[in-house]
Design a protein around this ligand. Structure first.
Ligand code: SF4
Length: 338
């Protein structure tokens, strides 16, 4: 599952097979979700057996499933080295969004995030990243649901995707390949705290939309809340966002988790407006989830509304996101592979 289509072509060519054989294999893996080489009936028996001896076709195994009252499903997936990751399937109106992981744990150490609290274990491989979508598709099919409605994917689970850019880049290529999963790049969102150089590389790749976790309107507070992210000064990050390549109707999503008495005051809302004045963006506000790292509470509803209203009144496009899957610890900041 680690081969992208180009390397699969090379591998098949070396075996003296025609090029179209690689495309057939690719479709069996990524479109028909074959779990075994023996299912691939238009491939010769000899080739199937030889591939079976050399390659593993299985995506990560589902170790545990939890379903929340709002229909959100959290899957705990076991990797070959016995480490685990989590992925979340979120039902929306008429489609599903899947939140996938890119690392086991995360080195960024954001103080309000359960994943940050578990530390960093290792990077995921391209196959481990992309095949989370296959696992979710199979889960939906097993429940008699339409897996083709899984159209939106956010790289917002465990890990900082741009710290594992090479693997993420290949995985995005695999997920958007039209002969396979065929996901639209407009429905793929990579969420990052902002990693210097890699941010522009992602922009140039045109493989997905960008979301940036900001969570503070100034460097000092951001350093306190997101110690790993503070290596890149917030002013430099914002200048990079001002120059970020966007098509005419595209915008960057700015993620801002509201933490009571920390980043939720009217003065901080005004600072945020000033900071983003030249960034083509929309702001996603989210009151922090209970159960995130100890000590952090969501603001009172009134404070959340006042913050939202202030941003809106100064011309920013704002959505107040309602977190799903809180009861199964599947909401933002709650993934910890426990
Ligand atoms: S919020 Fe994102 S970047 Fe920060 S620790 Fe959690 S997973 Fe890592």
């Amino acid at each position: 599952m680690e081969q992208d289509r180009e390397s699969l072509h090379n591998l098949i060519k070396k075996r003296g097979e025609p090029a179209y054989r690689a495309d057939q294999l690719w479709q069996w893996i990524w479109r028909k979700k074959a779990g075994d080489f023996q299912e691939m009936t238009n491939i010769s028996k000899a080739l199937r057996s030889s591939l079976q001896q050399e390659f593993v076709l299985q995506p990560p195994a589902v170790v545990q499933k939890k379903e929340g009252i709002d229909g959100t499903v959290k899957l705990l997936l076991g990797l070959d080295d016995r480490l685990c990751i989590e992925t979340v399937i979120i039902p929306e109106k008429g489609y599903y969004t899947q939140c996938i992981s890119t690392q086991v744990g995360c080195p960024m150490g954001c103080v309000f995030c359960s994943t940050g609290g578990m530390g960093f274990k290792r990077n995921l491989t391209p196959g481990e990243i992309a095949s989370q979508v296959l696992v979710a598709g199979r889960h939906l099919e097993d429940k008699g649901l339409d897996s083709t409605r899984l159209t939106n994917v956010v790289l917002m689970g465990m890990g900082e995707p741009l710290l594992n850019w090479d693997a993420v880049h290949r995985a995005l290529g695999m997920m958007t390949d039209p002969l396979g999963l065929g996901l639209s790049r407009r429905r793929l969102t990579l969420s990052t705290v902002g990693i210097k150089d890699r941010l522009q590389e992602f922009g140039r790749s045109r493989l997905g939309m960008l979301a940036v976790s900001l969570h503070a309107p100034d460097q000092e507070l951001r350093r306190r809340l997101m110690p790993g992210a503070a290596a890149w000064d917030i002013k430099d990050l914002i200048s990079a966002l001002e120059k970020y390549p966007l098509a005419p109707r595209e915008r960057i999503t700015i993620e801002y988790v509201l933490l009571k008495d920390t980043n939720d005051s009217p003065a901080q809302a005004r600072d945020l407006v000033r900071l983003l004045s030249r960034v083509k963006c929309k702001v996603n506000l989210l009151a922090c989830n209970p159960g995130e790292q100890a000590g952090w509470q969501p603001p009172e509803e009134q404070a959340v509304q006042a913050f939202e209203e202030l941003l809106r009144s100064r011309g920013l496009t704002v959505t107040l996101r309602k977190s799903k899957g809180q009861d199964i610890s599947a909401a933002c900041g709650q993934l910890a592979a426990d």
